[in-house]
Design a binder for this molecule. Structure first.
Ligand code: GUN
Ligand code: ZN
Length: 444
């Protein structure tokens, strides 16, 4: 039966896609990153709610599916699962590339001033729109995002995400010490605001918005604030916790001076009840054996942010530990903009590869870490991360050279020479959240 080239309606963005035909690939096994399903002429069908109900070779599909009005991918296009960015900062998008000798100096000189500017409503509106657009254009369908201490920014971001699409895990940035006065607030008011925002937003937009408790890092938080976050975590076990851990040696020294009774950095968070499933620890570079064990035993997740680690010269994340002794620790990748220069996860995957000095990370393993493995780190592996029927239809359409027809060649081209120009379309829950003009014109 003949399929039709879809007239994707007047406006492509916001329209729903129920059937796609063409080249498609996805990782199928959480524990084996090499195991991918690759369909040269595949058919993916989603239901009206945007959940996948069928995936397989076109030729083998039932007549009822074959006769659906499909979005036909061009010969240079591939459908892949949407990318997951587990750690980035919206307010820092406008100050990427601000060089400084160390993390703590960089925060003080460049990051805290720009975050303070989010007091201003016009900055909030403009930066929120710009960031979300760039995130979608980069192929990210789910992101865990740091904001600032300003509640109106949290509202604006959740509201904008409801309109334009991505799954977001975010919340109020919590800091009450070691920063400029303009960014510090009392623990009581921060805790009251963050709880109110959580109640308002967690689970909204048909389950695509998630709240996270976000103490910036141990150095920004008093024991009173950390204890309050621990109490919230206990009260709302379903809510995420997202923070920074063990990024630079000078930061670690400062943490041990500030919390002399704790055995190590991870022990600070442990003492206040902040470890556990749905706890996301960005960086986690310089952890001791005892800290790795603490993270593993608590079922917490770690987030590797290679581009940011290169930029701030923070050190090397020991990925190999997560394939051997600590392979049960959930992990994923983060762009960490603005320490990382790019929101595009292809760039982050490339840097993750370059960062390992003497062991090759396969291109499948890199994409696996930015899709299925990241979904697992969020405890969302039954909802997103690949195209298994029953999951949400979150996907990107990418374009690569016509000469590339093998899966590994296509993934390698994206990682080593790709950027957001390779992303033609971003689909979240079956709805087009972004479409590049060239594709949009060809399917109108
Ligand atoms: N540690 C505490 N705050 C930050 C931040 O904004 N970026 C990075 N990379 N590390 C941090
Ligand atoms: Zn960060």
């Amino acid at each position: 039966m003949q399929t039709h080239h879809t007239p994707l309606l007047q406006s492509v963005v916001g329209s729903c896609i129920r059937a796609v035909r063409g080249r498609m690939a996805h990782p199928v096994d959480l524990n084996d990153s090499q195991d991918w399903q690759y369909l040269e002429d595949g058919l993916l069908i989603a239901d009206v709610k945007g959940n996948i109900i069928h995936l397989g070779a076109f030729e083998a599909a039932d007549t009822q599916y074959k006769s659906l009005n499909c979005f036909q991918l061009g010969p240079e296009m591939t459908l892949l699962p949407g990318l997951i960015d587990l750690h980035t900062h919206l307010p820092q998008y406008s100050v990427t590339g601000a060089q400084e000798a160390s993390l703590l100096e960089w925060l003080e000189k460049h990051i805290f001033p720009v975050e303070a500017s989010f007091e201003n409503a016009s900055v909030v509106g403009a930066q929120t729109a710009q960031f979300l657009k760039a995130l979608l254009a980069a192929g990210t369908t789910t992101a865990a995002v740091f904001l600032t201490v300003h509640p109106p920014l949290v509202d604006a971001v959740f509201q904008a995400a409801s309109a334009v699409g991505p799954r977001l895990i975010t919340g109020l940035n919590l800091m009450d010490c070691n920063g400029p006065k303009t960014l510090l607030r009392s623990p009581k008011s921060l805790l009251a605001d963050t709880e109110a925002l959580c109640t308002q937003w967690h689970g909204q937009n048909r389950g695509k918005l998630f709240y996270a408790w976000m103490p910036r890092f141990a150095l920004s938080c008093s024991p009173e604030l950390l204890a309050g976050v621990g109490a919230l975590r206990e009260k709302y076990p379903d809510v995420y916790l997202h923070t920074h851990l063990s990024e630079q040696l000078s930061e670690i020294r400062a943490v041990s001076q500030t919390f002399p009774d704790c055995p190590h950095y991870a022990g600070v968070y442990e003492q206040f009840g902040l470890l556990g499933p749905k706890s996301l620890f960005a960086h986690s570079i310089h952890l001791s054996q005892a800290e790795w064990e603490t993270i593993q035993e608590s079922d917490s997740s770690v987030i590797h942010c290679p581009s940011a680690n290169f930029f701030l010269k923070s050190g090397r994340f020991p990925w190999e530990k997560l394939n051997t002794d600590f392979k049960n620790i959930p992990m994923g990748l983060g762009s960490d903009v603005g320490a990382g220069p790019s929101l595009c996860m292809f760039d982050v995957m490339r840097d993750a590869q370059y960062m390992q000095p003497d062991s090759l990370i396969s291109v499948r393993q890199l994409f696996h870490a930015a899709t299925l493995r990241a979904a697992h780190a969020l405890q969302l592996e039954s909802e997103i991360g690949n195209f298994k029927p029953g999951k949400a239809f979150d996907a990107i359409v990418v374009q690569t050279s016509p000469s590339k027809t093998q899966l590994d060649e296509i993934l390698a081209e994206l990682i080593y020479t790709g950027d957001d120009r390779n992303v033609l379309m971003n689909v979240v829950q079956g709805e087009v959240a972004y479409c590049r003009a060239s594709l949009s014109n060809s399917i109108k």
